[in-house]
Structure formats: C-alpha cells, structure tokens
Design a protein. Sequence first.
Length: 65
Amino acid sequence: MAGKKSFPLRLDPTLYAALERWAADEFRSVNGHIEFLLREALRKEGRLPSPSKMAVKEDKNDADH
C-alpha cells in the first residue's frame, strides 16, 4: 500500500477548534477526522474510486517502482 500524501493545511482557528471537539467526540485525531469527512463527502458524491479500482491503481504504481 502506498504511503499517505502529506501537505500543509491552513484553517481558521474557530473551524479548527470545532473540528477538534468533533474529532474528540468520535475518538479520532483531528487529522483522522478530516480524512474521514473528506472520504465520506467524496463517497456521497460518487467521486471516490471503488476499492477494486483503487487496488488496480496501487498495483500499477507498485509495478512502476
């Protein structure tokens, strides 16, 4: 499995505080909760590749290295 992509994310302090409380309520880190929320939004909009397509993509990436 490929590693996770990291990048800086700038958030309004009020937004971060709300995310921090919500993440704590769900027993997640803020980073994990943001990833969860993004994944759910993408899934609901049909923009997240299916798990089988993701596996094929990962296999192709592994072959390139």
